[in-house]
Design a binder for this molecule. Structure first.
Ligand code: GUN
Length: 291
């Protein structure tokens, strides 16, 4: 069993980006700039956005964090998006999800200039991804593909089972793993809350991507010997022994599943750091494209 060390792979990507930024600075060219918008008080979202802006700093990107009260109107938020679209200094725009119930995430995301859509959530980006055209790939699936590539895992002909059909992870993952590329060329089964016999699909899988947000959902009896397991879950569970008051739990029962796997990602230190590295890569790409 080999651990897929997301922290290490993400660091190597960040090291390369740092060199690229230094080169841009030497040449007097524009430095990548990410603008992140966060609405309301959601502990997990606050942590993620802080990690994203900190990672920007680490590699020498510029970042701007825009905070709004929960009560902001959709119109005010759209105005901000339009302003960021027009600002030539901003290369990438990210609106952290979820948004409060009175704001339509689809409306807001589809107002982002597709050339600045570093999350890859705009309908144009998604359409291009589905057609296999160059575009921004959502950060978590992109990070997972980069990790498979880094470890030179040949996924050709494998049966990939994805659990969870979100627009952020499961659905784009199903598209990427079925592409005629390596990594890719998988036969994909996309499981969700209405799937009958998820365990049976999982037992047949060569790769399982668990992205449903239920701690320890994937147990050892659902995994065949030698499978590759990618754990996207990061649920906060109350834990009074921790300073923060919580610990992070993946969707995989790592303790009992890991010994059966050829490769497995840990939580934390697996997919999480790769998501951030992929977002940085997208922001760098936006900067290169637009300048
Ligand atoms: N919420 C959970 N994951 C993400 C992400 O990758 N991007 C944004 N914008 N919001 C999220």
């Amino acid at each position: 069993m080999q651990i897929l060390d997301g922290k290490k792979v993400a660091q190597s990507i960040k090291d390369q980006l740092k060199l690229n930024v230094a080169q841009l600075a030497t040449e007097g060219k524009k430095i990548p700039h990410l603008a992140a918008v966060l609405v309301g008080k959601n502990g997990a979202s606050e942590t993620y956005v802080a990690a994203k802006t900190k990672a920007c700093e680490e590699v020498g990107f510029k970042s701007t964090l825009i905070l709004y009260e929960e009560e902001i109107t959709e119109n005010k938020l759209l105005e901000k998006v339009h302003e960021l679209n027009k600002n030539p200094d901003v290369d990438g725009i990210l609106v952290q999800l979820p948004l409060p119930g009175h704001i339509s995430a689809e409306e807001v995301i589809n107002e982002i200039d597709p050339d600045k859509d570093v999350d890859g959530f705009h309908s144009i980006s998604v359409g291009k991804m589905v057609q296999g055209l160059p575009t921004f790939i959502p950060a978590t699936p992109h990070g997972i593909m980069l990790m498979l590539e880094y470890y030179k895992i040949d996924t050709k002909g494998m049966h990939a089972v994805i659990i969870g059909r979100s627009n952020i992870v499961g659905r784009p993952m199903s598209i990427l793993l079925s592409e005629n590329k390596n990594p890719g060329n998988c036969t994909v089964t996309l499981c969700h809350s209405k799937t009958k016999n998820i365990a049976e699909f999982c037992r047949d899988a060569d790769i399982i991507v668990a992205a449903l947000g239920k701690p320890h959902f994937l147990t050892a009896d659902m995994v065949k010997e030698g499978a590759i397991v990618i754990d996207v879950g990061i649920t906060r569970l109350a834990d009074s022994t921790k300073k923060s008051g919580f610990r992070l739990s993946g969707d995989v029962d790592f303790e009992n599943v890991s010994s059966k796997c050829s490769y497995i990602t840990p939580v934390p230190g697996g997919v999480g750091p790769m998501t951030i590295a992929a977002l940085l890569k997208n922001t760098y790409r936006a900067c290169m494209m637009n300048n």
